[in-house]
Design a protein around this ligand. Structure first.
Ligand code: GLN
Length: 310
């Protein structure tokens, strides 16, 4: 662990906020999901949670948005808890170099997705969670509420429905994986759970807290529970570093140097192992589907604090 006392986090967040404020409006919403296409590009939020529970926040850190693919970290945790290393017989652990919703490698790799964070991999993970308990939605919701310490965390049903309406890609991915026998539940059930997890509505503080267990060797400082082993937390962080931001993971390692997971709702959560977790939100995305100003903010944060893991 490093001496976190040396950092003026409040000042650093203020500086970043001043810088991004001038750039509001840049990027594009995830317009393939109609409900997200309408979100205005006039707000930015950022929150940081230290291991001792102290919170630093700036801008719209209490504005709720749908967490989208950030949820893939939490479902991965539930799946690993349920089946352990057997998960890796059904999902690989390699970076993809392809877009988050790409189908291209699935045929060569016979229905085994490259990693749990691409949509293909997340669908298999969702399938594992569905098989492991009688009510996957409630299980995930309870997990998220406990990790964030917020009992108001809930699914935005409108966004879930909107995504299902135009979810042709995910439907195609699920059927394709099913054709290789790598989904055990009906495609409809897997997608229903997947859209539900993506449409969970949370703010930057909730999300930063929800990943405290990855900043604390598996120990969640919010609930006081040991969620996963320290070894597993390390491994989930490794997967976020190599695949959490899809085909921008190389650039993220280069500029930010922190395990991170993005979502097309504009959120990005990052972890400084043993030190803190943080979340940024801005709904204008870059061409890889990562929050444009969120990415800039994390780059600046890493530069100003020197907290890159490298
Ligand atoms: N729900 C989104 C989708 O399946 C999640 C993608 C993302 O956040 N990158 O397309």
């Amino acid at each position: 662990a490093c001496d976190i006392g040396q950092h003026d986090f409040a000042g650093i967040l203020d500086t970043i906020h001043d810088e991004v404020r001038r750039r509001l409006g840049e990027g594009r919403q995830a317009d393939y999901i109609q409900a997200l296409a309408k979100v205005p590009l006039d707000g930015f939020g950022m929150a940081l949670v230290l291991r001792d529970g102290r919170v630093f926040e700036v801008g719209r850190a209490r504005h709720r948005f749908t967490i989208q693919s950030i949820s893939k970290v939490h479902t991965l945790t539930l799946a690993l808890d349920a089946v352990g290393d057997a998960l890796w017989e059904r999902v690989d652990r390699e970076p993809s170099g392809d877009a988050f919703n790409s189908l291209i490698q699935l045929e060569y790799e016979k229905g085994i997705p490259r990693n749990p964070f691409m949509n293909a991999g997340a669908l298999v993970v969702a399938d594992v969670v569905l098989s492991s308990c009688s009510d996957a939605r409630s299980r995930l919701l309870a997990f998220m509420r406990a990790r964030s310490g917020n009992t108001a965390v809930a699914c935005d049903e409108g966004v879930a429905r909107s995504e299902a309406d135009t979810g042709h890609r995910n439907l195609a991915l699920a059927h394709f994986i099913k054709s290789y026998g790598n989904l055990h539940n009906p495609v409809e059930d897997v997608l229903d759970f997947y859209y539900h997890q993506c449409a969970l509505s949370m703010d930057c503080v909730d999300l930063a807290r929800s990943m405290q267990y990855l900043a604390g060797n598996g120990h969640c400082s919010v609930s006081g529970e040991q969620v996963v082993s320290g070894e597993l937390a390390t491994r989930i962080n490794a997967l976020m570093m190599t695949a959490g931001t899809y085909d921008a993971a190389g650039d993220f390692a280069f500029y930010v140097g922190l395990p991170a997971k993005s979502g097309v709702g504009g959120g990005i959560v990052a972890v400084v192992p043993h030190v803190l977790s943080l979340c940024v939100w801005y709904p204008g995305l870059d061409d890889k589907g990562n929050s444009l100003l969120g990415r800039y903010a994390l780059h600046r944060f890493s530069r100003m604090t020197g907290l890159s893991v490298f």
